[in-house]
Design a protein around this ligand. Structure first.
Ligand SMILES: Cc1cc2nc3c(=O)[nH]c(=O)nc-3n(C[C@H](O)[C@H](O)[C@H](O)COP(=O)(O)OP(=O)(O)OC[C@H]3O[C@@H](n4cnc5c(N)ncnc54)[C@H](O)[C@@H]3O)c2cc1C
Length: 439
């Protein structure tokens, strides 16, 4: 028996969750349940896997289980960028191997297309808009990153627009940045509203149990998932629970549980919107990975996202929330001196699964166990498409992107402790320091 010693308990103040339309959570599981299919994790990946399994096996029941309420976990806590373009931070031009980049682009666009079609079909109120994204730089190092990425985009044949610092205020209000690189393919959205809507539009043969944390597992001809109020016995198990997947007995010592931090301001008044200027809805990602992601939302709030912590115990840390709220405040003031009285209504953290080689796991873990795990920071599109394609792979369907995922996925084994923590914490410290004004 595998004891799942840690289960998710996210902090309470995720702004996306609280400002999304309220929904009634589905009841937690109690008692004994036998099923053919169980999916653990109802984020982007698990919702997509359960939906596609339900379509592939319309006469069978799919049980989807989450430890928390849908929309409260990481899938509802991110910055809401559904990004199409590949961005390989290990490559000089951020594109790297052109064949891998082309397949990654296809994957991401397929994921975007799936989400867009579901939002349209079910009328999900999540403010999804094809707004593109600005990648913006303020330091020389950041400008060099934009130059390199531009070369990569040329190689890939993807369009972009370079925007000089003096013109950026027409787009995003602030005069803070020296240069921006606009790429048109990103969609921005309210992530918690989207996952709540996806959960409420699942096919009728999906049974969703929320607030049901799996605490131990028996593997065998059948898989037994136990929780404090009962157990679920399944013929086949799909793990779609991101960093927590490594607690289920497979892929141990491959994933780094990182926490990221975000704050959402109160809505700007009409006068403040006029002082800010620029477009009504936009998103900026930093040239430096340790910099700040910033958004102006559909309801005229400003989102600031920066700072990381390495939490091997996979629990959120209240003292980090306090520390990074202060950092968000300073980052906000640097960018928006014209908005001195705008405070934050919400500050939260979210758990992320990083691997050393930036590769997730996709495929079969044992004869009756499958996984699409370890998002590496881009789960909105990637989780959606890998969950969908995993369900197709299980159903025996062929697709060039399934072959691509099977041939390119697979995380490295990490160094042992204490070297791991020392190395990761030093990298975080140095990266956050080096980011300078970009943060
Ligand atoms: C602050 C922040 C900003 C981000 N910005 C972006 C962005 O702009 N764009 C982007 O693409 N990505 C972004 N990400 C990453 C993105 O949120 C993730 O890649 C995505 O959520 C991964 O989806 P997932 O379904 O694979 O996993 P998750 O969203 O982590 O879902 C896994 C689910 O499994 C459940 N679970 C875990 N263990 C158990 C258990 N034992 N029993 C039952 N259930 C369990 C959890 O409760 C959780 O709901 C960001 C992340 C953070 C934290």
């Amino acid at each position: 028996m595998i004891k799942v010693t840690v289960t998710p308990k996210d902090d309470a103040m995720c702004g996306w969750y609280h400002t999304a339309p309220a929904r009634q959570a589905r009841p937690a599981h109690t008692g004994e349940k036998n099923t053919r299919w169980a999916v653990v994790g109802a984020g982007f990946t698990g919702l997509a896997a359960a939906r596609q399994l339900a379509l592939n096996f319309p006469d069978e029941e799919i049980v989807l289980i989450d430890a928390q309420e849908v929309g409260f976990g990481t899938s509802g806590r991110n910055a809401g960028f559904a990004i199409d373009l590949p961005h390989d931070i290990g490559a000089d031009d951020y594109i790297g191997d052109i064949d891998i980049a082309r397949s990654t682009l296809k994957l991401n666009r397929l994921g975007q297309g799936i989400l867009h079609a579901l939002v349209e079909k079910h009328g999900i109120d999540c403010h999804m808009r094809p707004s593109g994204k600005y990648q913006a730089a303020v330091e020389n190092r950041g400008i060099a990153v934009l130059d390199a990425y531009r070369r990569g985009l040329d190689k890939l044949g993807e369009p972009y627009e370079v925007i000089a610092g003096k013109d950026l205020p027409d787009h995003i209000g602030t005069t803070f940045y020296r240069q921006g690189l606009f790429t048109p393919g990103t969609m921005l959205l309210q992530p918690s509203a989207l996952v709540k809507g996806l959960a409420d539009s699942l096919p009728s043969n999906v049974t969703l149990y929320e607030n049901t944390a799996i605490t131990d597992v028996d593997y065998g001809d059948k898989v037994v998932l136990r929780h404090p109020r009962g157990r679920i016995v399944t013929d086949k198990l799909v793990l779609a629970n991101n960093a927590f997947g490594a607690r289920f007995g497979y892929l141990q010592h491959t994933v780094l549980p990182m926490y990221l931090y975000a704050s959402l301001s109160r809505p700007l008044t009409e006068a403040e919107q006029a002082q800010l200027g620029g477009k009504a809805f936009w998103g900026v990602i930093p040239a430096d990975p340790f910099g700040s992601t910033v958004r102006r939302t559909h309801d005229n709030r400003i989102l600031m996202r920066n700072s990381f912590s390495f939490n091997p115990d996979q629990q959120s840390r209240p003292h980090c929330l306090e520390r990074f709220l202060h950092k968000h405040r300073l980052s906000f003031e640097r960018r928006f001196p014209m908005l001195p009285d705008v405070g934050f209504d919400y500050t939260w953290s979210g758990s992320l699964a990083l691997t050393q080689n930036h590769k997730g796991f996709f495929g079969q873990l044992a004869p009756n166990v499958y996984g699409a795990l370890f998002c590496n920071g881009l789960g909105v599109t990637r989780g959606t498409v890998t969950g969908t394609l995993l369900a197709d792979m299980i159903a025996g369907k062929r697709h060039e992107l399934i072959d691509f995922l099977l041939s390119t996925s697979g995380p490295n084994t990490l160094p042992p402790e204490p070297f791991l923590s020392i190395g990761v914490n030093a990298t975080l410290w140095w990266g956050q320091r080096k980011a300078g004004q970009e943060s």
